[in-house]
Design a protein around this ligand. Structure first.
Ligand code: NIG
Ligand code: FE
Length: 417
């Protein structure tokens, strides 16, 4: 099957197969009037329409961009998708002045979602996850990371990851699954967190690996959760399982998480609100991608990640939703792109690179995803907007008109095909 995307005002894309950093963070290239030719799953041509017609036969199918903007499909490199239950009561309490930490200390927070997720059946959790994938696709996400971490016991962690495996079979959005039994110390192990670390390493990880349910591992390294030393132990076997390492680092205070991510050879570290200059420099040296989560800052009414310091130091920056019921309840990459600009201080070009090529790099997929270029997989979004700047500038509405995943139209005029 061949598909021609024509009629765009502009094709806007980063280029290359590696994350862009420093002065290249905002290297979004513009191809006015270009067409995109897909052959099978991949992109065969991006450029002048007349040159296309000279080189290629008529396509099997045409998708009319109607003056819109063509972008790479968004890659959401950090979510907690398979969860059950909601925490809108906490939302009210936070609006009335309570902090996230106070709510967690009073028995709310992550443990509330753990209880609901443990209780949910496989089918319930699958339905919830598929619904969230629909919302991601409707807002232009073509690949998403998704993690366990609301089970915190063997069976419930496996349930979350098996739900992701089944969802990936059923849904066009590509899923990168991450094992995160070290998201929190479960209530039953609060008296002995060391034993829980031991249990994760000796039983939970091996069971996840034996079923091939994950390709990444993540740990919440934070005061009151897992210490840097525990994090090192939790990640000691990552290489043996061939898992890429991600970290939740320096969210609430500077525990040295950014430096630890560099030390451990992590692909990415997320949050980083309190990352130190030394930690940031270490990330730059090792090429660790910084995943900023501006939805969390907005939702919890906290400061934003130091994106200017990260870009200035040469750390490649990606942006993600962190979709979860407690600290960032959104599936929308356009929403967090707008917040990355208006809250954190990225330019709109930098934020789009963060949501595409750099996010793909965080997931080890920059060779195949994250840009609209010949040879890459044909994952493409058509916006109902005359320039890529509108993604952040025209905020709070859904501009996504069409979505193509692996050469197939999966959303046309906002409707699933
Ligand atoms: O990434 N920081 C820790 N975990 C999640 C929040 C989880 C929750 O509140 O349920 C996060 O923000
Ligand atoms: Fe998270």
């Amino acid at each position: 099957m061949s598909l021609l995307i024509q009629g765009a005002t502009v094709v806007a894309t980063p280029r290359g197969t590696a994350a862009l950093a420093g002065p290249r963070q905002g290297a979004l290239e513009l191809f006015p009037g270009a067409v995109v030719r897909c052959e099978g799953r991949d992109i065969a041509y991006v450029g002048e329409p007349r040159e296309h017609d000279r080189l290629f036969p008529a396509p099997d199918e045409v998708l009319d961009a109607r003056g819109g903007t063509v972008l790479p499909g968004f890659v959401d490199p950090h979510t907690h998708l398979p969860f059950a239950g909601y925490r809108e009561g906490e939302f009210d309490r936070r609006l009335a002045g309570a902090s996230y930490a106070q709510i967690a200390a009073a028995g709310g927070g992550i443990v509330a979602t753990v209880a609901a997720t443990r209780t949910a059946t496989f089918d319930e959790l699958l339905a919830l996850t598929l619904r969230r994938l629909d919302l991601q696709l409707a807002t232009g996400t073509t690949t998403t990371e998704a993690k366990s971490g609301y089970g915190l016991e063997l069976d419930a962690e496996l349930k979350q990851l098996r739900v992701l495996r089944e969802a990936a079979r059923r849904h066009p959005v590509e899923i990168v699954a991450t094992a995160m039994p070290a998201h929190e110390v479960p209530p039953e192990w609060r008296h002995d967190p060391e034993r829980y670390v031991e249990l994760v390493v000796s039983e939970i990880y091996p069971a996840i690996a034996a079923e091939g349910l994950a390709e990444q591992v993540d740990v919440f390294c934070e005061r009151g959760v897992f210490t840097p030393d525990q994090t090192r132990r939790l990640l000691a076997d990552a290489g043996r399982y061939r898992w890429r390492i991600h970290l939740h680092a320096d969210e609430l205070c500077d525990l040295g998480g950014a430096g630890l991510a560099a030390e451990l050879g992590a692909a990415a570290a997320a949050h980083l609100l309190h990352a130190s200059p030394e930690g940031i420099a270490a990330m730059a040296r090792r090429g660790v991608v910084a995943i900023v989560l501006p939805g969390v800052s907005f939702f919890l009414r906290e400061r934003f990640a130091p994106v200017r310091a990260l870009v200035g130091a040469g750390v490649p920056v990606a942006v993600a939703t962190d979709c979860n019921p407690g600290s960032s309840h959104t599936e929308s990459m356009p929403a967090v792109v707008a917040l990355a600009c208006l809250g954190a201080g990225l330019s709109s070009e930098e934020a789009i690179v963060a949501a595409t090529l750099n996010a793909a790099a965080a997931l080890g997929r920059a060779d195949r995803l994250g840009s609209v270029e010949t040879g890459k997989q044909a994952d493409v979004v058509v916006l109902d907007a005359p320039s890529p700047k509108h993604l952040a500038y025209h905020f709070g509405v859904n501009l996504v008109r069409h979505v193509v995943k692996a050469g197939r139209i999966v959303l046309r005029d906002g409707v699933r095909t």
